[in-house]
Design a binder for this molecule. Sequence first.
Ligand code: AVJ
Length: 328
Amino acid sequence: MPVAGDIALLRFIEDQRGRRERSDPLQGLLATPPRLSPRYFYDSLGSHLFAAITELDEYYPTRLERSIYAGQGEAIARATGQGHTMVDLGAGDCVKAELLLQRLQPAHYVAIDVAGEFLKSSLRRIEARFPQLKITGVAADFSEGLQWPADLACRRPLFFYPGSSIGNFSLPDARALLRSLWQACRQSDEGRGDLLIGVDLLKSAARMQAAYDDALGVTASFNLNMLRHLSHLTGVNFDVRKFRHHAQFNPAKGRMEMWLVSKCAQRMDWQGGSLVLNEGDAILSECSYKYAPDDFRRLLKSSGFQVVQDWFDATHGFMVCHARSDLH
Ligand code: AVJ
């Protein structure tokens, strides 16, 4: 079987830095309330479960965003231009980029994701469909700032950050991440770059809640899988059966929250600490901030970007923004 490196135009880079330097994944369990980082959703199984979520009737963001790329791709390409280094942040199954590649005609497609093996198989599909496209896969975590691989040229970057994954960050953390993308634009070969970013918008609580608590229980499995992944990663035994999924909209904070609720009294011990949970106590596993269009535009501006244009789906439930590091 060919490995990724054997395929002429597809190159794969593994970022080893994370494993050594990243903080203890269980550190957040010592906070009140205890929390875990959503990055730990995405082992191979978690990436597959997320791909399944995007097929659910209740999970509207993917559908709405796809309708924007499918229906307004031409206008988007006119705004951004072609021939960029298109940097797909959290590429996952690469389906969203796939909807735009034909129109955007990037000179180079760089896909970054924490789940390396999953990304590799997605890129094989992209490669089969676009055999002339220069592709680089990067297995890396950029949630604490983007570190551009030193040996990778970056001409005219177009950072593509779809899926409303920016929603996983609090306002100051989102601003810091966007600022690091702005800096990467400024430090690139021509000193400037573009950003194309998808954002889920505030809507009825019932609609949002259903999207994070689907009837089939796929989101519940996705949430619980984080415990399984962390057990493998840390050796600490989290018993998935002792937790249940809970999702709720927090109106004061404008965010969806996912929780892992303890079904019983239990105690977990590991090298860095311990956690005692009573029945009903819960771990915060994800926040998904929802924006009003103007608030998001303001956030982009406060990160240094110039907002050029934005596009909406027919229901105004989702927005795609195009911004530039400076007016060029
Ligand atoms: C990938 C972070 C955008 O917040 O909607 C889906 C992840 N969580 N269902 C989101 C997710 C529960 C998703 N993001």
